[in-house]
Design a protein around this ligand. Structure first.
Ligand code: SAM
Length: 247
């Protein structure tokens, strides 16, 4: 079995019920809403923007983003994920969201997003991605990604205290990424890119206590203070890459 087959097998199972149930819980919904606000704030995307989402899963972030942009196209390897995303778009009568099963995209977009996706790509595909993306972006377009950091303190603590929960949320091939090394892939391909720490502990909190929205919101507020401290920012949980083409 290759990486794609293993990814597919894992995600077909994840999206056969567990993900739908887990992602519908209040703290996870609040996390998704926070992510959407952050994507809009960091990229400047708005009502005129066509957006492509790589590895969109069941599209729960994309369906929250849809009312803020012109159009969103979600792409994912998993047929089960795409079925669910299409069903949810129809149920919610969201007409400007389209979901496609596959691994390659076409078209031109003002913004390409990749939420918890890059760390699932093998090293060679990750290295080639900035070059591939250049052909998908309209002039002045940007890229936004969110992935677990290899420096995250929550990962080290989690592997000691709750290794079975960590494993449940991870595919055999995924790994945490080093923020600066990931940004360097974009810079070396001619992008203007930077990394920012998204959170310290609020996203893992939502994973551990998915039913507790108030707890998540308190954790997120605390994160906003914690992340002002450089040593803690360095060991944050997830990092963003925000990039646009410089040449
Ligand atoms: C960790 S999940 C993230 C899903 C979603 N963005 C989210 O935030 O819930 C990674 C997703 O990438 C998809 N995937 C993995 N490799 C892929 C590839 N090469 N092309 C397209 N999708 C892929 C998987 O099916 C899975 O849905």
């Amino acid at each position: 079995m290759g990486v794609l087959e293993r990814e597919l097998a894992y995600h077909e199972k994840l999206y056969s019920g567990f993900a739908q149930m887990h992602f519908a819980k209040p703290a996870v919904r609040a996390l998704r809403a926070h992510m959407v606000g952050r994507i809009l704030a960091r990229t400047g995307a708005g009502k005129q923007s066509r957006v492509l989402s790589l590895g969109c899963g069941i599209g729960d972030t994309e369906l929250l983003l849809a009312p803020h942009v012109a159009e969103i196209v979600g792409l994912d390897l998993s047929p089960a994920a795409i079925r669910q995303a299409r069903e949810d778009a129809a149920r919610l009568a969201i007409a400007n969201a389209r979901f496609e099963q596959g691994t390659t995209a076409d078209g031109r977009y003002a913004l390409v997003i990749a939420i918890f996706f890059l760390h699932h790509l093998p090293d060679d595909e990750l290295a080639a991605l900035p070059g591939r993306l250049a052909g998908l972006l309209a002039p002045g377009g940007s890229f936004y990604s969110l992935d677990p950091s290899s420096r995250r303190l929550s990962g080290r603590v989690g592997r000691i205290l709750i290794p079975w929960i960590m494993r449940r949320y991870q595919t055999p091939d995924e790994r945490e990424l080093e923020p600066e090394a990931t940004v360097a892939l974009f810079r070396n391909a001619g992008w203007n890119a930077r990394a920012e720490t998204y959170d310290f502990w609020s996203s893992p909190f939502a994973g551990l206590f998915p039913g507790w929205r108030t707890g998540y919101r308190a954790a997120r507020r605390l994160d906003d203070s914690i992340l002002k401290m450089a040593p803690l920012r360095r060991v944050g949980s997830n990092f963003e890459v925000i990039a646009n083409r410089s040449r």
